[in-house]
Design a protein. Structure first.
Lengths: 457, 226
């Protein structure tokens, strides 16, 4: 699990890709250089040897075996680093030359051999040359000392493990450096984005001065944020002016009704009528407030007021508020024990949503029933649920009751605006939570599933 | 009697407010926009100021910020017709002491003004509240009526404490929800009434003279027998 996760991180993949690319190219360059050098050196040696062999063959053709021997002896002073000669019979018996015995040769190609010889005691050198068969049962070995090349080769081979190690270290270090550089910038952008999502819309991603792809990503993000902020501001202005333009006349209406009521004998029929009108106005206001709250929640305006919130505290408080009401209705209202359950949320809206759910549960559950509120941290998120033992909601109606003003036939005569569950749904959307109405068998179980808050960086 | 400053740009609402407050026996000055409101607030001492959140020339928030910057601590009640969610927080941050959304019931406004005044008086540190023969000991967190101990839940204690601190004043349901429970949402049902009736059962049941009274159309009041 842990390993899989590591492999999926971008940092790991960048390091890996960089390392592989680096290793392959470094290996290719080393191999090519090595091969090229060796080939060039061998070519030079082979040409020299061939020239020499040609001269000697010619001497043999012209002057016979004696002439060839003279020619070979004349070339000795070229020394141990120079050419090596050995003229022998076909059965390898030495005739003349600066090699003592016919060496053990390795046939590398049709006319190239390599062998070891001892120029001085306890000193073995490598030589490369060719064997020329001569008419008259002679064979001539002409070669050159290639000790230097051979040593270089040996050294390269001996150093190979160290070179590989160096390559691995450099490859990994380079990969880590690049991935750190890239990820540090990505991380900065990510961090700011999270802060912005948590509610602070005025924050912006820092734009560097190089104008590279990250800077243009940051600029684009910032432009998007500008637009979102303008939209939010517009939304707030709209809800504010709708609120203002409706509340002002409602306020006057209520004021006037109160004025009239003040001048009346409290026991008169007119007073009762005016009081009824005031109560009706208050219901109108309650409906309007609920609609406004839904609009605000849906517009995401309330996102600004979000903060880490432990749902346990919310549940304890709101449940306590409703406990006497439940008791009065002969219902048991209890909280399932739970651990810490922190989400990013707007406290008042979540309290309102929970209050609506509990209020509904109490309203619809017959006496001797039970309402149970639970908070639970699950792998999917934090679940806040209110379950009752009431009549529940038929499966086909469950989606419909979340719509505004929808009230089922059964409840049409009980008090309420028909907006309670729509508000819960809107609060859920604001928090990226899902609201599910399920069968509590018997009863209704409403579950709000909030995304867990990201912890750490 | 209180000296009250009203800053409200909706003239009809202003007239109603001013008349109502005068009828309740207060002295009222009024302004219809922010700048005049600021000039008045800084030139005369008021017991309390009622300030609309949206005003011409100078916004209500700005007005209160200015008043506070001048070191003026007059209690301020915001009236707001704006949408609610975090406007209240903004109002209180700007230096407001209370916040009421329009449309409001006049009794609610009066009750809140009384509470603001009460809060302003430098209350001697009380360790005991007394209304008639009902006694609340804030240190031992115990209640007695006529010497008989009354067993209260922590929330009931806080509810009774709030009522007794505002003895002889109307306290509305919203004020209780906001002050005792610190909630700012609409509880749908009158949950407060149920809490009150349970409290009433504990403190008034079996006594000849009830102390906890329901004020019709307004809320509750705790007071001793006149």
């Amino acid at each position: 699990m842990r390993k899989l996760k590591l492999f999926r991180t971008l940092a790991f993949r960048i390091v890996l890709i960089y390392f592989v690319a680096f290793a392959l190219s470094a290996a290719a360059i080393v191999a090519f250089t090595y091969w090229n050098t060796v080939t060039a050196l061998n070519g030079q040696t082979d040409r020299d040897v061939t020239d020499e062999a040609n001269v000697l063959s010619e001497a043999y053709d012209r002057l016979g075996i004696v002439g060839l021997i003279d020619e070979i002896i004349a070339r000795y002073p070229l020394g141990p680093q120079g050419h090596l000669y050995l003229l022998a019979h076909t059965d390898f018996r030495r005739v003349v030359g600066n090699l003592d015995d016919w060496p053990q040769t390795e046939q590398l190609s049709d006319d190239t051999v390599e062998f070891n010889y001892e120029p001085r005691l306890h000193e073995i050198h490598r030589a490369r040359g060719r064997i020329i068969p001569l008419t008259g049962d002679y064979e001539l070995l002409v070669a050159r000392d290639v000790a230097e090349r051979y040593q270089t080769e040996q050294q390269v081979q001996a150093n190979l493990p160290w070179s590989v190690l160096l390559m691995v270290v450099l490859g990994l270090a380079g990969g880590a450096l690049i991935s750190h550089q890239l990820l540090a910038r990505l991380d900065a952008i990510n961090r700011t984005s999270r802060e912005i999502m948590a509610g602070d819309l005025s924050r912006r991603v820092r734009v560097g001065r190089t104008g590279d792809e990250f800077d243009s990503l940051s600029e684009n993000l910032n432009r998007m944020l500008d637009r979102t902020e303008r939209l939010m501001k517009g939304m707030r202005e709209v809800t504010d002016s709708v609120a203002h333009d409706l509340r002002t006349p409602l306020n006057r209406l209520r004021n006037r009704l109160e004025s009239i009521s003040n001048g009346l004998d409290p026991d008169s029929t007119e007073a009762t009528a005016v009081e009824g009108a005031i109560a009706e106005t208050d219901r109108l206001i309650a409906t309007f407030n609920a609609l406004l709250l839904i609009a605000e929640a849906e517009a995401g305006v309330a996102r600004e007021a979000m903060a880490p919130l432990d749902l346990r505290g919310v549940v304890e408080g709101v449940t306590e508020l409703y406990a006497p009401l439940a008791e009065e209705n002969n219902l048991s209202l209890d909280i399932a024990p739970s651990g810490e359950a922190v989400i990013q949320g707007n406290k008042t809206l979540i309290e309102q949503a929970l209050a609506n759910l509990i209020d509904n549960a109490i309203k619809y559950t017959p006496p001797d029933g039970r309402v149970r509120v639970a908070v639970q941290s699950t792998p999917l998120g934090v679940a806040l649920s209110v379950a009752d033992t009431g009549p529940g909601i038929a499966a086909q109606d469950r989606a419909r009751v979340l719509e505004r003003f929808v009230r089922l036939e059964e409840s049409r005569n009980s008090p309420g605006t028909g907006l309670g569950l729509s508000l819960v749904a809107a609060v859920a959307r604001l928090h990226d939570a899902t609201l599910t109405l399920a069968d509590n068998a018997p009863g209704l179980k409403a579950v709000l599933l909030f995304p867990s808050m990201r912890t750490g960086a | 009697m209180m000296r009250i400053l009203v800053v409200e740009d909706d003239l009809e609402a202003q007239k109603y407010l001013v008349n109502g407050l005068k009828e309740a026996g207060h002295v009222v000055d009024d302004a219809a926009e922010g700048e005049t409101g600021l000039a008045l607030a800084l030139s005369r001492p008021y017991d309390v100021a009622i300030i609309d959140r949206m005003l011409p020339k100078m916004d209500g928030l700005k007005l209160v910020e200015e008043i506070r910057e001048h070191g003026n601590a007059t209690p301020v009640l915001f009236l707001s017709a704006l949408s609610e969610v975090d406007d209240r927080v903004k109002g209180l941050k700007a230096g407001g002491d209370d916040y009421l959304t329009k449309p409001y019931a006049f009794v609610e406004l009066l009750a809140r003004l009384d509470a603001l005044m009460r809060r302003r008086q430098p209350a001697a540190v009380k360790t005991r509240l007394l209304v008639g023969d009902l006694e609340l000991d804030l240190l031992s967190r115990g209640a007695r009526r006529n010497g008989t101990p009354i067993d209260l839940q922590p929330r009931e204690f806080r509810l009774l404490e709030y009522l007794m601190r505002h003895a002889n004043q109307v306290v509305t349901r919203t004020m209780l929800l906001e002050s005792v429970w610190e909630y700012h949402f609409d509880p749908q049902t009158n949950v407060i009434d149920v809490h009150i009736s349970r409290l009433r059962a504990k403190i008034d049941k079996g006594f000849e003279h009830p102390l906890l009274h329901t004020v019709r159309g307004a809320g509750y009041m705790i007071r001793a027998q006149a």
